[in-house]
Design a protein around this ligand. Structure first.
Ligand code: SDX
Length: 427
């Protein structure tokens, strides 16, 4: 691969370049500051790779997403979420024995310590589930201090399994507390998605039979959210992990990053936007006009993406699933009609077309979560549950890489030059 050359003034620097699996090219600027006295500026890191990764591949122009080389379409169609969690973390699809062993290991760790209940009960009833989840995830490090060393592969393995196993229980128990219902314990006879739905929606006074329509839809949604390269929250997990913070603290940082409405919080914001349009009766053309108006802070939530300049492949699958699940449940949700109409109008409007703004993963997912019975403020927690194996895979990749360095970006200082202190009397 030919080197790159940077010339500035009378200086010239030759920089090595690398080619990725799919032909993308990177220039290594590792010597830029020492040799040229310069740093790069790249708002939002839109053109900057911190390093190599083998976990996911995204082609934003073509609308392609693959986990460890497998297309998201095939995994969503044929895999289970725990199979994908294994694939993302260990790099290969498990064989039958490996999958059975992994599923058993997860199943046998689904219980929480009884005193974790006090954590959920300490929060005000109005607490947002993402704040609770981040706090509870951090707290797990205090209950399991035996396996926190990021450089001990066995400790990382057991802590990763504890997180995958216990997060559904934490989510369900914090929900049960918020609706003043009894906690429902994990049922080890059920698969991952069915067990979560039972902990969420069953009550001790009634039998509960998982609905395969909901179980299969949740399994598919969790797979579609499982990883997405160096997105905002995965970068937060890697940054915190680069300082050798433990895996619980790193994942808690990812949960906080995901909660923002520009990131995972968008799935809640989309539903609130659709509910607002439905309640106000505002016509779609007016909504789209407002989204284009720079003087109006309103954005079409669930639209646009830093990387996808084509249809988000996940949105395409979720859109179809939303229609199928609502049909199967016999639900006629006017918000789906509004979403479909919004998509139709926006994608025929040159403002969206010239900026390559398409529906993203968050645009339709909330329609399904709502049909399943989840409250709107829990949608981003469901995103976090899906993204957990991706965060773990990204963090483990970084921790296992001997060339990893602590993340410490530079800056271009444009503040005040040196000046002397002025005593309070003279100010
Ligand atoms: C996720 O990175 C990932 O992979 C994230 C994610 C994952 O799986 O981890 O895919 C999950 O976070 C999906 C995105 C969810 N967020 C939303 O739906 C919020 C609404 N979308 C936007 O705020 C925005 O599109 C972002 C945040 C998603 C992307 O922001 P960028 O890349 O910084 O793009 P930008 O803000 O610079 O926008 C470019 C232009 C601007 O207009 P101009 O200045 O060129 O005139 O497009 C406009 C923006 O104003 N624009 C929108 C818009 N999104 C971008 N205008 C109206 N509505 C929108 N939704």
């Amino acid at each position: 691969m030919p080197d790159a050359v940077i010339r500035h003034g009378d200086k010239e620097l030759t920089l090595p370049t690398y080619v990725g699996t799919e032909g993308e090219t990177a220039v290594d600027i590792g010597k830029l500051r020492t040799e040229m006295g310069m740093v790069t500026l790249d708002k939002g890191f839109g053109n900057t790779a911190e390093g190599h990764s083998t976990v996911s591949y995204i082609d934003g122009e073509s609308g392609i997403l693959r986990y460890r080389g497998y297309s998201i379409e095939q995994l969503a169609e044929s895999a289970t979420f725990l199979e994908v969690a294994y694939l993302l973390q260990y790099g290969e699809l498990p064989n039958k024995a490996e999958l059975e062993s992994y599923v058993e290991a997860i199943t046998l760790h689904t219980l929480l310590r009884e005193d974790v209940k006090h954590l959920f009960e300490a929060f005000p009833n109005t607490a947002h589930p993402m704040q609770i989840l981040a706090s509870a995830t951090s707290a797990l490090a205090t209950y399991y201090p035996d396996a926190l060393d990021p450089l001990d592969a066995d400790a990382v393995d057991i802590s990763s399994r504890r997180l995958i196993a216990k997060t559904p229980t934490m989510i369900a128990w914090s929900y049960k507390y918020s609706v003043h219902q009894p906690y429902v314990y994990p049922d080890n006879d059920l698969d991952y998605s069915s067990n979560f739905l039972k902990m969420m929606f069953s009550v001790p006074a009634e039998d509960y039979a998982p609905d395969p329509v909901l179980t299969n839809a949740l399994n598919m949604l969790l797979i579609l959210h499982a990883d997405h390269g160096q997105n905002c929250s995965a970068s937060a997990v890697r940054l915190v992990g680069s300082g050798h913070a433990n895996i619980f603290s790193s994942v808690a940082a990812g949960i906080h990053a995901l909660s923002g409405p520009l990131h995972g919080g968008a799935n809640q914001a989309v539903l609130e936007m659709l509910e607002g349009i439905y309640a106000s009766g505002e016509d779609i053309d007016t909504v789209v006009k407002r989204a284009k108006d720079k003087s109006d802070p309103f954005r079409l939530m669930g639209f646009g993406h830093r990387v996808y300049k084509n249809f988000d492949p996940r949105a395409r699958i979720i859109k179809k699933a939303a229609e199928d699940v609502l049909d199967a449940l016999g639900v006629d949700d006017p918000l789906l009609d509004i979403a479909l109409r919004l998509e139709e109008v926006a994608l025929s409007d040159e403002y969206f077309v010239e900026r390559n703004l398409y529906p993203n993963v968050d645009f339709y997912s909330g329609i399904i979560y709502r049909a399943m019975g989840f409250p709107t403020d829990m949608f981003t927690v469901l995103f976090a549950l899906g993204r957990l194996p991706g965060w773990l895979a990204q963090w483990r990749e970084l921790a296992a890489d001997p060339s990893t360095r602590i993340f410490r970006p530079r800056q271009l200082y444009t503040g005040e030059p040196l000046r002397d202190y002025v005593s309070i009397e003279d100010r």
